[in-house]
Design a protein around this ligand. Structure first.
Ligand SMILES: [Zn+2]
Ligand SMILES: [Zn+2]
Length: 281
């Protein structure tokens, strides 16, 4: 399920910031914790205490700002089983400092409300290299480093499940190697930038010129996403992490841009949209 589909750190009405829920035979995995992830899970009627894994793709705030708070929110809802989290370098440190930041409240609630200590319930692990980092009887998850200038500690993730393979691109510059990583996957969820609107987007802020440069250099235009999907030969392409996600770009405009280089199935993600594997022919 797509919980938040707008790229970028601004919190506004409309699309929520990046977050996804992947459910494999009842195991719930949250991928990215943009602001609003707890609220979106509540909207989707998914108990926060049922989350087993959290993955962070990279340490931009639209992907990690609610990381600690999601676990905190699960804890005050009665979390009793551990959550394992994985992400690029810095996740373990962030986990430690999160509990320091919230020491007063957490210790108060343990003593005053009789809650268990939440710290052992969040087990963080930094991913240091490409490859498989999580394997259960039912699925494996593989990481693939992709450049998102100036960030290099940034991972696309592939979920290999009994019902099919789904790949999430993370934020990324146009990277043809992602097509190899996603080769033959059932679904590719790729970030997308609508280039004609970048000017409109940056006109709103003081740091416009620099922001415009960042957007063009470190994200992938919808046209280039089409190239990746064609080369990967996926059954379904889904655009999510839309930039801009808060100025109206219609689905038709997104799809027309992708179509310049891709003739397969494509859809534009919406918040709380569900996608079920295997994808129907
Ligand atoms: Zn982002
Ligand atoms: Zn980013």
């Amino acid at each position: 399920m797509f919980l938040g589909t707008k790229g970028g750190p601004r919190v506004e009405i409309g699309r929520s910031n990046p977050a996804n829920l992947i459910e494999i035979n009842g195991t719930r995995i949250v991928l990215d914790c943009g602001m609003g992830v707890s609220r979106q899970l509540a909207e989707a009627k998914v108990p926060l205490t049922s989350v087993k894994y959290i993955l962070i793709s990279h340490h931009h705030s639209d992907h990690n700002l609610e990381y600690g708070n999601l676990v905190y929110n699960a804890w005050v809802s009665g979390l009793s089983t551990p959550i394992h989290s994985f992400g690029p370098n810095g996740l373990e440190e962030m986990t430690k400092t999160y509990w320091e930041l919230n020491k007063f409240d957490v210790d108060t609630r343990i003593a005053d409300e009789g809650r268990p200590n939440p710290r052992p319930l969040l087990i963080a692990k930094d991913i240091v290299a490409d490859g498989e980092f999580l394997k259960t009887d039912e699925f494996t998850i593989t990481a693939f480093r992709t450049p998102h200038p100036p960030i290099t500690d940034n991972f696309a993730y592939k979920f290999t499940t009994p019902d099919g393979v789904i790949v999430f691109s993370s934020d990324t510059e146009y990277n043809p190697k992602l097509a190899e990583f996603a080769k033959g996957a059932d679904v590719l969820v790729h970030e997308a930038l609508f280039a004609p609107f970048v000017e409109k987007l940056v006109a709103r802020v003081k740091n416009g010129a620099t922001l415009g440069k960042h957007l063009m250099a470190s994200h992938t235009t919808a046209q280039d996403v089409g190239k990746i999907a064609s080369a990967a030969g996926v059954k379904l392409l889904v655009l999510s992490h839309l930039v801009p996600g808060d100025i109206d770009v219609t689905d038709d405009q997104w799809i027309a841009a992708v179509r310049e280089n891709y003739s397969g199935r494509v859809s534009v993600a919406k918040d709380l949209m569900e996608l079920v594997l295997p994808v129907k022919p």
